[in-house]
Every structure is written in C-alpha cells, then in structure tokens.
Write a new protein. Structure first.
Length: 157
C-alpha cells in the first residue's frame, strides 16, 4: 500500500518481488500513485490546470532526480512500464482533479487488457492525495473500500 510516490514505489516493489521465491501480496493498494516519473503521458496536460497541488514541470524535474542513474522508464521508478503478469490484484484510488489520474486511468486499462485483477476508484473533483484528508466523506468511503478489499483478501487466504 502506498500513496503518491509511495504508490509507485509499492507497485514497483511488488513487480520486483514477483520474480522471487517469497510470499506475494494478494492486494496492492495505491492512492494517487505516481506511476511514471517522466510524466510523458500526453493526457497529463488535460489535468494540469485542475490540480491545485502538483505541477507537471516540477514533477518532471523531481522525477529525473528520483530516478538517479536509472532510466526514467525503469519500472522501479516508473512502474507503468513494468511487467504486471505476476503481481497480485491492484486497487487504484484517484481524484479527477489531479495530474496522476491520467496514468491511473492508463494503468487501469492496461491491467484490464492483461486480465490482471484491478479495482479502480475515481472520485470526482478530488485533488492529489485526498485520501489523507480525514474530514472528507470520500476519504471515509475509501477507507471502507480498503477495509473491504483487505478483508476479502484475508478471507481468501
């Protein structure tokens, strides 16, 4: 589970360990995940003016710094470019007023095309990392959705 850059990190880590002989997570939960540090998805521009928190140019600079010696398309820093074939089910939470929604939608489509389990939750009018705002009714709804997802995963073993 992770949010923003931590969401991208959680997904990249899940892909990394999917190749190892370790117990795999059955549920990967991502809130407003940063899935492509290059911010190269052309749909990102559609949301740039709506996002009150994040700025695309700043994210591109930060993404290059975050990637360090890695290519910005390496799945460890930009998991949208990785191999999803061995990962557990993904739950994606995004708001329509954040630049990260473009890649969240893209990932949701990619997972569906590859028949990888995905629950996609998009909240109208909400900003980046809105799930950290406990006073929002949508946050309470998302928390309940997470409880249900985790409970369902635990019941399946």
């Amino acid at each position: 589970m992770g949010d923003s850059a931590g969401g991208g990190l959680a997904l990249g880590y899940a892909m990394k360990i999917s190749r190892e002989e370790v117990k795999q997570p059955t549920q990967i939960i991502l809130f407003s995940p940063w899935l492509d540090v290059s911010m190269s998805n052309p749909d990102v521009a559609k949301y740039a003016d709506r996002d009150p928190i994040l700025h695309v140019n700043s994210l591109k600079i930060a993404g290059k710094q975050y990637a360090g010696e890695l290519d910005t398309a390496h799945y460890w820093v930009s998991p949208i470019y990785g191999d999803f074939s061995r990962i557990g089910k993904v739950a994606l939470f995004a708001g329509t007023h954040e630049v990260m929604v473009a890649d969240a939608r893209k990932l949701s489509r990619m997972l569906a095309e590859q028949h990888i389990g995905c629950n996609y939750y998009e909240y109208p009018g909400l900003f980046h990392d809105w799930v950290l705002a406990p006073w929002l009714k949508e946050t309470q709804q998302a928390i309940q959705q997470v409880v249900d997802l985790v409970g369902s995963s635990m019941a399946k073993g």
